[in-house]
Design a protein around this ligand. Structure first.
Ligand code: ADP
Ligand code: TRP
Length: 323
C-alpha cells in the first residue's frame, strides 16, 4: 500500500487543460484500491501571491467544487484544505532551521518568481520548506506532480535525508516523485498551451452562452467555407479529438477534407460535445457552488481524517529535536 499525496494550487476556476491534464489522471490514480490518497488544496502557499482574503476563499471553493464535480470521492480520498491543519506551519519553522540557505536560493521557481513578481516576500523563499512539510507530515510515499514541481520534491528528499542522518533515525519517509510526462499538453483557444495566464482557456463550468463564446473564439485560419481544410493543423479539430469517440473523429476528419464545412460548424460540434461530455460535472459544479457550506463540510471532514497523521509526525519530529 503506497500513500500518494499531492497539493493542488487553489488558483480558482479550473479549465479544460487542468481537468484533462491534472484532475482526471489524479482521480484515476487515487481510485486504485492499492493506494491510499491524500489530496489537499494548498491555500497557504497561495498567500505568497494572493493577499485578498475574499479571492483566496473563492479560489478554494471553486477549486474544490471542480475536483468534486469531476468525481473525486471523499470516501476514498482524504481531501482537505492545507490551512485547516496549521501544524504544518509549526513544522515548517523546525524544518527551515535544518535547511541550508543556498538550497532555497537555488530553487528554479524562486529565481523565476523573484525575477518576475513585484512582491518578492520571504514566503516565496520558504515555499519549498512548507511544501516539504506538506509531504513529510503525512509520511507520503509517492508525490505526483508536474515537471515544474520536480525540483521541490527533490529538495524534500534532501531535507528529509539530512534530518534522518543528523537525528540518526528514520524520522521521515523519503518520498518519490511521479512526474506526469506522458500527459499531453492541452492546447488553448489560440493554439498555445491552455493556461489561465494566457487568457486562452475553455471553462467547461461556464453558463452555456459564455461557454459557447469561448469555443467560438478558437483561432482558425481563413480558408473559405467551400474549400477542403486540414484537420491536422486545426486547433478546433485538436480539441474535438480529445473528447470525441473514434467514429466521431473519423467523421469530423471527412468533414474537413470534403469541403463545404466551415470552422464555425466544427466549433459548434465541439461546443455540443463539451456540453454532452461534461453534462453531469456541470450540474454537480453548479449545485456545489450554490451550497458552499457543503464544500466546507467535506473539507473539514477531510481535515479530521488527516490530522491524526500530521500530529503524530510532528510529535515524532519535536521529540527528536528536543521539544
Ligand atoms: P495554469 O497554467 O492555468 O495556471 P496550473 O499551472 O495551475 O494551470 O496547473 C494546474 C495543473 O493543471 C497542473 O498539474 C498542470 O500540469 C495542469 N495543466 C495546466 N494546464 C494544462 C494544459 N494546457 N494541458 C495539460 N495539463 C495542464
Ligand atoms: N507547489 C505545488 C504547485 O504549485 C502545490 C503543492 C503544495 C504541492 N504543496 C504540495 C504539490 C505538496 C505536491 C505536494 O503545484
Amino acid at each position: 500500500m503506497a500513500r500518494i499525496l499531492t497539493g493542488i494550487q487553489s488558483s480558482g476556476r479550473q479549465h479544460l487543460g487542468n481537468i484533462l491534464g491534472a484532475i482526471r489522471p489524479a482521480i484515476e490514480l487515487s481510485s486504485d484500491p492499492k493506494n491510499e490518497a491524500y489530496l489537499f488544496i494548498a491555500d497557504m502557499h497561495s498567500l505568497t501571491t494572493i493577499k485578498d482574503a475574499a479571492t483566496r476563499k473563492e479560489n478554494v471553493l471553486a477549486t474544490a467544487a471542480a475536483w468534486l464535480a469531476c468525481g473525486l470521492d471523499t470516501e476514498k480520498v482524504v481531501f482537505y484544505r492545507q490551512s485547516d491543519i496549521p501544524q504544518v506551519a509549526e513544522m515548517t519553522w523546525y524544518l527551515s532551521c535544518f535547511t541550508p540557505f543556498p538550497m532555497l536560493a537555488n530553487a528554479h521557481s524562486f529565481k523565476d518568481k523573484s525575477e518576475n513578481l513585484s512582491d518578492v516576500n520571504a514566503g516565496l523563499f520558504i515555499y519549498p520548506v512548507l511544501m516539504a512539510c506538506d509531504i513529510l507530515m503525512y509520511d507520503a510515499n509517492v508525490v505526483p506532480v508536474g515537471k515544474d514541481q520536480k525540483q521541490h520534491v527533490e529538495m524534500t528528499r534532501d531535507m528529509a535525508s539530512a534530518v534522518n542522518y543528523q537525528m540518526k533515525q528514520e524520522l521521515f519517509v523519503i518520498p518519490e516523485s511521479k512526474i506526469s510526462e506522458e500527459i499531453m499538453t492541452i492546447p488553448g483557444t489560440d493554439g498555445r498551451k491552455m493556461s489561465k495566464s494566457y487568457g486562452n482557456i475553455i471553462d467547461i463550468f461556464l453558463p452555456e452562452k459564455q461557454l459557447r463564446k469561448q469555443v467560438m473564439g478558437i483561432v482558425t485560419d481563413s480558408t473559405p467555407l467551400e474549400d477542403p481544410k486540414n484537420p491536422d493543423t486545426c486547433n478546433a479539430f485538436a480539441l474535438y479529438s480529445l473528447l470525441a469517440s473514434e467514429s466521431q473523429i473519423v467523421e469530423m476528419r471527412q468533414n474537413y477534407l470534403g469541403g463545404n464545412y466551415g470552422y464555425g460548424h466544427a466549433k459548434q460540434a465541439l461546443f455540443e460535445l463539451i456540453l454532452e461530455e461534461f453534462k453531469d460535472e456541470r450540474i454537480r459544479f453548479d449545485a456545489l457552488m450554490q451550497n458552499p457550506e457543503n464544500i466546507e463540510k467535506l473539507l473539514l471532514e477531510g481535515a479530521e481524517k488527516a490530522k491524526p497523521v500530521a500530529n503524530q509526525v510532528l510529535a515524532r519530529f519535536k521529540e527528536a529535536i528536543g521539544y
